[in-house]
Design a protein around this ligand. Structure first.
Ligand SMILES: Cc1ncc(COP(=O)(O)O)c(C=O)c1O
Length: 476
């Protein structure tokens, strides 16, 4: 659809709505306020991960089942956040809950391998066209390990990451996530901007930034670093700046460029894997990377991570070929005498995560689950788009598979630099308005709703109705 430039909001009205809804939020949730005040005396920012906090304070939760979650004041919400997209299976799916009860009663950590680990690896191989798999405990570990494998394989040190992409909280990739406009540099050569204090300049020097959806610029960047790039890591859909899909042909070109430059192509499928489709973005877009990184939804709500891919690349965990695997690079410098890439972790492949992953993938997120997930998501997007049109609000609704959002900006976002223009106040007003009416979205405009197999059409319709009421309120 065409978005007209005429769309604008009455700023005073948006601010009044936001102030009113934030006051109502405080009024409704005194127990969360109290718990957060106490938490601040025990935990920096009062939370276990800095992503979990927002102003004035986060909701503290007590229970969740299916598509519902309850806060510490006893309010029920239909959950569209789904734990930052972890829960395509929904909360405590009965099949998963039963299996976990059995597993908890029989030991949750052995540090000896279990058969479920083989079965889960084989399931991932089938879905993603991978030859070999390794497990870890989070998305961060998965991308960290995949990058080390790529470095071991190529004997190179630098990686390319896209501006606006998020790949976890290790130093190599905690850069140029949402860099301030003043420091992000020219689009042809974006600056590597740390997203945290404490990242050594020496680490940042190894991460080269490229703009998403700009294959010609990427080609030039690769040329400028010829023979140096170990890996290109990409979220196939940029799901950490709302929803930014790849332009047609972008992923294909990425594949060609990575091959031409001897770089390992890593799809970070932590958000897309087993959510967009049975075989994640690999299946959805029909482009085969060298490695995929998985976490979140593959565990149905239990911590897990994995990376998987081509045998030739993954085999460096067994043996780094000392003469180079066909990219004409000397390995001696980077390997420093080491003959393997280390991939380690006490909790890797633990019986609890393996059982959770196996039930989730083989009994819940089965192939026949996806058509309904897509249908509900398309309905939610279409419903929100109708509302935006009806009230001429500046924004558009978008989804890729079961993940979507309203982007409060009039023009389509194709990369991070367009996302900067997003109307944060309008988004914030919508977040509190919907939360106060029992519709819970992720607490940030850079995240998106995720539907699960336990959401229903009436959940989706309730969301659309609440969004219509919000639109009526701000449009006047
Ligand atoms: C695309 C992507 N990669 C990696 C990660 C890191 O995963 P985790 O938080 O499990 O470490 C995230 C987390 O949101 C993510 O969205």
């Amino acid at each position: 659809m065409t978005i007209t430039a005429k769309r604008a909001v009455d700023r005073d009205r948006v601010r009044a709505t936001l102030a009113h809804e934030e006051a109502a939020y405080r009024e409704r949730t005194p127990r969360s306020a109290e718990l957060h005040a106490r938490a601040r005396r025990a935990l920096p920012l009062g939370v276990a991960s800095s992503f979990q906090t927002y102003d004035p304070y986060p909701l503290f939760m007590t229970d969740a089942r299916g598509s519902r979650i309850w806060d510490a004041d006893g309010h029920e919400y239909t959950d569209f956040d789904m734990a930052f997209g972890v829960l395509a299976a929904g909360h405590s799916h009965p099949l998963l809950a039963a299996e976990l009860q059995r597993r908890v009663a029989n030991g949750t950590c052995y540090t000896f391998p279990v058969e479920d680990g083989i079965l889960l690896a084989e399931e991932i191989m089938r879905r993603f066209g991978a030859d070999l798999v390794r497990f870890s405990n989070s998305g961060t570990e998965a991308t960290m390990d995949a990058i080390r494998v790529a470095r071991g394989f190529t004997g190179r040190e630098k990686i390319i990451k896209f501006e606006g992409g998020y790949h976890g909280h290790h130093d190599d990739v905690l850069v140029s996530i949402q860099p301030p406009r003043e420091v992000m540099g020219p689009v042809e050569q974006p600056t590597t901007v740390p997203a945290s204090a404490g990242i050594p300049a020496s680490r940042m020097a190894e991460t080269v930034i490229a703009p998403f959806n700009e294959p010609d610029i990427l080609a030039a960047i690769l040329e400028a670093h010829a023979g140096q790039i170990a890996a290109i890591i990409v979220e196939p859909v940029q799901f950490n700046i709302g929803v930014v899909p790849p332009r047609p042909g972008f992923l294909e070109r990425l594949r060609q460029l990575a091959t031409a430059h001897g770089a390992v192509l890593i799809f970070d499928e932590v958000k897309t894997g087993v959510v967009l489709a049975y075989g994640g973005a690999v299946e959805h877009y029909g482009v085969q990377p060298d490695l995929v990184c998985l976490a979140k939804s593959i565990g149905g709500g239990i911590p897990i991570g994995a990376f998987a891919g081509r045998a030739e690349v993954m085999r460096v965990i067994e043996d780094v070929p000392q003469d180079g695997p066909g990219v004409g690079i000397e390995h001696s410098t980077l390997a420093g005498g080491a003959t393997r890439v280390a991939h380690l972790g006490t909790f890797n492949g633990n019986p609890l995560s393996m059982a959770a992953g196996l039930v989730t993938l083989t009994r819940i997120l089965t192939r026949d689950a996806y058509p309904e997930l897509h249908r509900l998501a398309d309905r939610l997007t279409a419903g929100c788009q109708e509302v935006l049109d009806e009230f001429a609000l500046p924004g558009y609704a978008i989804n890729v598979g079961p993940k979507g959002c309203v982007m409060f900006t009039p023009a389509r976002v194709t990369s991070y630099r367009d996302f900067i223009g997003l109307d944060a106040e309008l988004w914030e007003a919508s977040f509190f308005y919907l939360a106060n009416r029992g519709i819970l979205l992720p607490p940030g405009p850079d995240d998106q709703w995720t539907l699960s197999v336990q959401h229903t059409q009436s959940d989706v319709d309730r969301h659309i109705d609440a969004f219509r009421d919000f639109a009526r309120e701000v449009a006047g």
